[in-house]
Design a protein around this ligand. Sequence first.
Ligand code: NAP
Length: 247
Amino acid sequence: MKFSGKNVLVTGASRGIGAEIAKVLAGYGLKVWINYRSNAEAADKIKEEIEANGGEAAVIGFDVSDEKAFVEGIKTIIDSDGELSYLVNNAGITKDKLAIRMSVEDFEDVIKANLTSAFIGCREALKAMSKKRFGCVVNISSIVGETGNAGQVNYSASKGGMITMTKSFALEGAARGIRFNCITPGFIATDMTKELKEDIKKAYIEKIPLRRFGDPKEVAEAVAFLLSDHSSYITGEIIKVNGGMYM
Ligand code: NAP
């Protein structure tokens, strides 16, 4: 995979899909900034793994829903490397509940962690990348941002918002050569889906044409393609990585 840029910030990269994105991108030769919120030890382990495989990585802890901290984090990267070539807005949370039991706080917490954070990242990336007239952002949305899901009014709103926000950023960034794309994973085997009860997992698998949950690596390779020079004419696009669950 060919990349014209040199570094990438992956938010929420201490575990799950983010950690795999970090490892895959380091494998393609990018310097990876591993962001985490609370688990510094897990982030350090990912850095060690990348370095053991001959890659380059740095750890940067901040809460993506804290505007000041996110802005400061991107500044630290640019002060260190002279630029931010790529950004992957991956960090995300769920707070599932049926809508009739969901408080405004439950709703807003998820919007802030998933959507407002991605807005801050996209905005700061657009500013920084505009100076170089080069850069690319991938936002990790979700299949439920396309379909909706019972028990996830907050999460689906955050991920659906991310899809149209990505298209709007793509329109604003295009004249400056900056691309914004989105991935909508289906059910991927991480901590986020580990908690699902076995019978519920089974019911979901029956609805997936490929008859299994996805592997984080399968999302990571799609991210790599969207950041790479191989997708240089693709912007404002949504790539589904969902085993055919929603076509
Ligand atoms: P995960 O295993 O729960 O990992 C979440 C990661 O995000 C962790 O590294 C966590 O860091 C970090 N994080 C959460 N809130 C953060 C914040 N405010 N600031 C900085 N980091 C934060 O989740 P995942 O399954 O890998 O999901 C990754 C992304 O894919 C999410 O956006 C999720 O919505 C999306 N997605 C997942 C699936 C799936 O089936 N797994 C499907 C569709 C979409 P700490 O450990 O330090 O808290």
